[in-house]
Design a protein around this ligand. Structure first.
Ligand code: GDG
Length: 736
């Protein structure tokens, strides 16, 4: 197995230049820690931007920088100030970030940003290609690099690529507004595995893939050409032990060892022992709902004035993306809000809000977590929110109350917290009151559950789980019963073919010999196909059958003049050597009059669907409907039909975007085995793409060569990727 390559916008080290020398200091963030199990030793490399633009990098230090990074298992992508502006501050943080957090009105659709984003993603992809081998495993992180998977895939078709999105994936209704939505989806689909924090983000993504790209999605798998892409949720954890140990150490510190901040917190507690501390920590970002939280706090103090002088809100807002205008406006808004509320409500002994606009050292973070009675986190949208988890991890005596927004990904795993809607001030005020009065036993019992879960599913487990799922995907064909038609297999089949004395070929039509068309009547055979079939038909000792669910009129028009053998309507009719169609099976059709009105009502209620009427079957096609809606209706129709039919004479076949109702004693498998028994064939071959072909694959003897088109579960022995491959395969038979 090869190396593991991790790619993120920023490297997990900080470069410091002092007196002409370079130092690379490892970061202590959650991601860097979590990846330790994945990023260690010589078997891994982390690629990203160093944090210094080309303009900030003294040319004479380039080599030293590379060496310092290499010592930490890192390699840099060089970016200039213009690229950082367009790619990072522009498209990433002024287009994608607001859109994916449902701030549609903040999202700027600028062509220049998009072009720079593409160019920079290409730079990352090029760096990966330069520094990796085919058998390496690549893990791409986050919204800044969504085009990278496909860019790498183009050059490295067989490499294993995973992608994890750290922010929400919005609902289709939001995502569809992005002018470059298809390109973004296609970029992500270069991956083998795409991970999200929650099932909701996963479901939103799948819905966009189906609706915007029209791809087949089955459960959490996407079928694209010759690949299956798996989508799953992996809720990110924290380095639980680090926070817990830090809190234990913190509580054992003597007075002299305590930080200035801790001494201030202690003296506050001593002077007002019945005053409670409420804490919030976030990057200063509009998605975190800081301004609303301050407003809600004012609302709480007005609704329950008895808590004035009894509570204090500590806000730690960490400076972030201050080059982006929205963030500058937000900073101003928060400064003014805090100023106004403190001005209006403060007393000689009490300031309602302590506001820190800065980044604090880790130890101070622990001071805050361990000293606060309540953590109050109210993001309007948040991919996960790790602060919520960190607060719980530091509560070594298990006391403390977490109030958490339902809009944070972490809310899905933290049911024992008090979950609130950040837009509902009434609920927030009442929940604050409830938290302030929560009995210690209740606090302990809630936190016990939370702590156990967080300790188990920590960030290391998260990273390992993702890598495990990615490595499982490495061998795609394992997921299928059939084997990919490799060059060697194809050579062997061709040899068998040419050695055999009597051959029988069953070729399905739609989805096998030709691709699908919105209007089935338009999927007529092309010249190349006629030539290919002519050559097979004219070969000595070869009996060719086109075998299809199509009606006999259409096939008669297309193929009767060519004298190809045909079995149509799944086995009801047969035509040999240009003779008129004869019935192969005796079937009854009285049931059709009863079922037709049911299908008609489904057509009326499902725009884009239509009925195809054959002599002895009815088919309801839903290829042109909204994919989600079409699937729902198909499930509904299935239930209705099953309750109506109730006997074994009629069966319902679920094909590729079509449901067909027909007599049970007719299917392609039965027809094919009947044809087989008519002579002594020593080479039997069947190929098809959909469910109705499975009857052939199942009923033909094991010696038959059965081939599925596409990557779906099947009883066939082999699979090929698409109709182009089918034609290549048949050409090998036609021109040995
Ligand atoms: C994105 C997604 C998702 C904060 N202030 C200080 C400080 N921090 C640390 C916290 C925590 C981290 O920063 C913040 O993580 P969050 O998860 O809360 O939020 P984002 O930065 O927005 O992260 C988010 C995350 O990616 C992971 O996938 O959860 O939804 O938006 O670890 O402790 N650390 C120090 N000083 C501070 O002042 N040392």
């Amino acid at each position: 197995m090869g190396k593991t390559i991790i790619i993120s916008n920023r490297l997990p080290v900080q470069l410091q230049i002092s007196n002409g020398t370079i130092n690379a200091i490892p970061s202590v963030g959650g991601l860097a820690t979590g990846m330790k199990s994945v990023h260690s030793g010589s078997e891994s490399l982390w690629i990203g931007w160093s944090g210094l633009t080309d303009e900030e990098t003294p040319p004479e230090l380039e080599d030293d920088i590379d060496k310092a990074l290499a010592k930490n298992g890192c390699a840099k992508v060089k970016l200039n100030a213009g690229e950082i502006d367009g790619f990072y501050f522009g498209f990433s943080n002024r287009t994608v970030w607001p859109l994916f957090h449902y701030f549609l009105e903040y999202s700027e659709f600028e062509l220049d940003f998009w072009n720079t984003y593409k160019a920079v993603n290409q730079k990352f992809a090029d760096a990966i290609i330069e520094k990796s081998d085919e058998d390496d495993t690549i893990w791409v992180h986050d919204y800044q690099l969504m085009l990278v998977p496909q860019m790498v895939r183009e050059k490295r078709p067989d490499t294993t690529i995973g992608f994890f999105l750290h922010i929400p994936f919005p609902s289709y209704e939001i995502f569809r507004t992005l002018p470059w939505r298809e390109e973004i989806l296609e970029g992500l689909l270069g991956s083998d595995l795409i991970g999200f924090h929650t099932y909701d983000y996963e479901r939103h993504f799948l819905s966009s893939v189906r609706r915007l790209l029209g791809l087949d999605v089955s459960f959490n798998e996407i079928y694209l050409d010759n690949r299956v892409i798996k989508v799953d949720s992996f809720p990110m954890g924290i380095d639980y032990k680090k926070f817990k140990d830090a809190a234990i150490l913190h509580s054992s510190k003597s007075e002299g060892e305590r930080s200035d901040l801790q001494m201030r917190l202690d003296s506050h507690k001593a002077s007002a022992p019945d005053t409670k501390l409420i804490l919030s920590i976030d990057r200063l970002d509009y998605s975190k709902g800081i301004a609303k939280r301050i407003n809600a706090f004012e609302y709480f103090l007005n609704k329950y004035p008895e808590y004035k002088e009894k509570v204090r809100l500590i806000i730690l807002a960490v400076p972030s993306r201050s080059n982006v205008p929205q963030y500058q406006l937000l900073k101003k808004e928060i400064d003014e809000l805090v100023g106004r509320i403190n001005g209006e409500l403060s007393t000689v002994n009490w300031t309602p809000i302590w506001y820190f606009y800065r980044s604090l050292p880790f130890d101070n973070l622990i001071d805050l977590y361990t000293s606060s009675d309540i953590a109050w986190l109210t993001p309007l949208r948040d991919g996960m929110n790790l602060v919520a988890k960190e607060y719980i991890a530091t509560r070594t005596d298990k006391t403390g109350v977490l109030i958490l927004s339902e809009m944070a990904g972490s809310a899905y795993e933290m049911n024992e917290a008090l979950l609130i809607n950040p837009n509902n001030f009434e609920e927030q005020a009442d929940t604050l009151k409830r938290a302030l009065n929560m009995p210690v036993e209740e606090q302990i019992s809630r936190n016990e559950f939370l702590q156990n879960r967080l300790e188990r599913y920590n960030v290391e487990v998260w990273a390992k789980e993702f890598m495990r799922a990615l490595n499982e995907k490495r061998d795609v064909s394992k997921a299928f019963i059939s084997e990919k038609m490799s060059k060697d297999i194809l050579n062997n089949i061709e040899t068998e073919y040419s050695k055999s004395k009597k051959r029988l070929l069953f070729l399905d039509y739609d989805g096998t010999l030709v691709g699908f068309h919105k209007d089935p009547q338009k999927a007529s055979p092309d010249e190349e196909l006629y030539e290919l079939l002519d050559e097979l038909q004219n070969q000595e000792n070869t009996t060719l059958f086109l075998i299809s669910g199509r009606d006999k009129q259409t096939f008669g028009r297309w193929f009767l003049p060519k004298k190809y053998n045909m079995i149509v309507e799944h086995g009801v009719w047969i035509s040999k050597e240009g003779h008129e169609f004869k019935m192969l099976e005796q079937v009854k059709g009285e049931w059709m009059a009863k079922i037709r009105p049911v299908l008609e009502s489904f057509v009326d209620r499902t725009p884009g669907s239509f009925i195809e009427e054959k002599n002895y079957s009815l088919a309801w096609h839903y290829r042109n409907t909204d994919p989600d809606f079409g699937e729902k209706r198909a499930t509904e129709l299935n239930t209705v039909l099953r309750s109506l039919i109730g006997n074994d004479d009629i069966s319902v076949l679920n094909g590729n975007k079509v449901m067909e109702i027909k007599s049970s004693n007719v299917n392609k498998g039965r027809a094919a085995t009947r044809m087989m028994s008519e002579d002594d064939y020593d080479f039997v071959f069947a190929i098809g793409d959909d469910w109705t072909d499975e009857f052939m694959f199942q009923e033909l003897p094991e010696s038959a060569i059965t081939v599925k088109v596409g990557l779906k579960k099947t009883h066939a022995r082999y699979h090929v990727e698409n109709t182009r491959r089918v034609r290549e395969l048949l050409t090998r038979f036609a021109k040995p």
